[in-house]
Design a protein around this ligand. Structure first.
Ligand SMILES: Cc1ncc(COP(=O)(O)O)c(C=O)c1O
Length: 461
């Protein structure tokens, strides 16, 4: 039993219990010794050795858990080619639900060709911030195209989706004067932006616009600028924000509204043009439209679109834009080609939507918990236990299906899940096989491993 291989279910449970006990004992020991040391004889060398960092030890314990559960590491798997409905890993072809290639444009020959032509014309880097010598015609064409997709005056594109949120929120909102109200399930990049800004920040309960309204009624008067941030489609649950309600509230309280469309642009709506298209609202009703190019746009980067005054200001002042290189020609070329295809071929988004509906219906028929996902290409299957999610993902991987588990601490342990990204290229046969295998494995795991879970010390229980 000591080498952790070929364990019976009972033995696995025992090992997990032991691991949990050992970890708690170590933590208690560490705390006791720190408390008894005076400043004079404290050993500061532990602060220079990464293996003593508690965060590093937590990661090591997580690897230990993978070993105990006898599952392969689901992270950093090498995909050996283009990932659409299929992928190749370790020489094996698998059905893939792990990439954001929602409308299949990464790998589309027209998009690849546009990237190559941009490289031939402008080189592999623009080699400077755009405000200096980095500006190229392709940047301006891309920004015009994005503004057109949203029906707003202008747009600014940056080198990363994550950095776009961090730098724009971080820069626009000010400490001591301003307030940011963000949805409790916001993406990390939004939260990092809020923290960077130094403005007061309040998370409102997920999608709870009534509560948001109440908070604003109470505190609006204490601040100058107020920013509300929401997402078009929430990336963990695949539910769509009630945009018209948020527009109403932002108007009522004289706040700015920012919508992150990472998972909605190119996917939802009758023309696949995002949440504005889904609800049929005027693009000018939202102050800051944001999205990343790494999903439907088959590239890398991010944008903010809105009024020209805002965009001009950001172009001359946002640190992540002014003090950073312009988006590369290949990335701008790919995103521009993808934006044009997105507009001219709504059938791609409509097929993604149909595939997602099909997946959702099948999963519900099998009694799987898909949470609040609706009308989007993100569908969770909630196992309610991180160890079960990990074991289920491993079993599917062995069966030729690649899907990412989402575990504590990314979500609370009782909301651990597999997250399926549906694309335009998936077939009904692939979806049938996946849902069927998922249901069978999950039933077995729940039956045979009901009390197998991550060590409590690790999940903060
Ligand atoms: C909602 C949301 N915003 C922003 C980002 C960051 O985008 P990128 O990965 O392109 O930097 C992501 C990435 O997954 C996201 O899900």
């Amino acid at each position: 039993m000591s080498d952790g291989k070929n364990l019976s279910v009972e033995e696995k449970k025992e090992l997990l219990k032991r691991l949990m006990k050992e970890k708690s004992a170590k933590q208690a020991q560490g705390a006791a010794s720190a408390a008894t040391q005076s400043a004079a004889n404290r050993d500061f060398s532990v602060y220079t050795q990464f293996e003593h960092f508690p965060e590093v030890q937590t990661l090591a314990a997580q690897f230990e858990t993978l070993r105990m559960l006898q599952v392969s590491n689901p992270y950093f798997r090498v995909n050996e080619g283009i990932v659409n409905d299929k992928t190749r890993i370790e020489g094996r072809e698998l059905i893939s639900f792990s990439s954001y290639n929602y409308i299949g444009l990464s790998g589309d020959p027209r998009v690849s060709q546009a990237a190559k032509e941009a490289v031939d014309k402008y080189g592999t880097s623009v080699s400077a911030s755009r405000i200096a010598t980095g500006e190229r015609p392709i940047h301006q064409e891309l920004e015009k195209e994005i503004a057109g997709l949203l029906g707003v005056e202008d747009a600014i594109v940056m080198v990363s989706g994550h950095a776009t949120n961090v730098t724009v929120i971080g820069h626009l909102m000010r400490p001591g004067k301003d307030l940011i109200l963000y949805d409790a399930l916001s993406h990390n990049s939004i939260i990092e932006g809020c923290v960077l800004s130094g403005a007061r920040r309040i998370a409102f309960p997920h999608e709870n616009w009534e509560e948001l309204d109440k908070i604003l009624t109470e505190v609006r008067g204490d601040y100058e600028r107020v920013l509300i941030t929401i997402e078009g489609v929430y990336s963990m649950d695949g539910d769509i924000a009630a945009l018209p309600k948020f527009i109403e509230i932002k108007k009522k309280h004289h706040a700015l509204l920012m919508v992150d469309e990472a998972h909605s642009m190119g996917v939802i709506g009758p023309h696949g043009l995002g949440i504005r298209d889904y609800y049929g609202v005027d693009g000018r009703e939202v102050d800051l439209w944001m999205a990343t190019f790494s999903k439907s746009f088959a590239s890398c980067g991010g944008y903010i679109a809105g009024k020209k005054t805002l965009i001009d200001y950001l172009k001359y002042n946002t640190p992540g834009f002014v003090y950073s290189v312009g988006i590369s020609p290949a990335n701008a070329g790919a995103a521009l080609a993808a934006a044009k295809i997105m507009k001219s071929e709504p059938k791609r988004a409509l097929k993604t939507q149909a595939n997602a509906r099909y997946f959702l219906d099948k999963a519900k028929q099998k009694g799987l918990n898909t949470g609040p996902s609706k009308d989007s290409a993100v569908i969770p299957i909630i196992t309610g236990n991180s160890a079960h999610a990990l074991i289920l993902a491993d079993a599917l991987f062995k069966d030729g299906i690649n899907v990412q588990p989402i575990l504590y601490p990314a979500v609370p342990d009782n909301e651990a899940r597999l997250r399926f990204f549906i694309t335009t290229d998936h077939t009904e046969a692939e979806i049938n096989e996946t849902v069927e295998k998922c249901a069978v494995h999950l039933e077995r795991i729940r039956r045979d491993m009901a009390d197998v879970s991550f060590p409590k010390s690790m999940i903060g229980g």
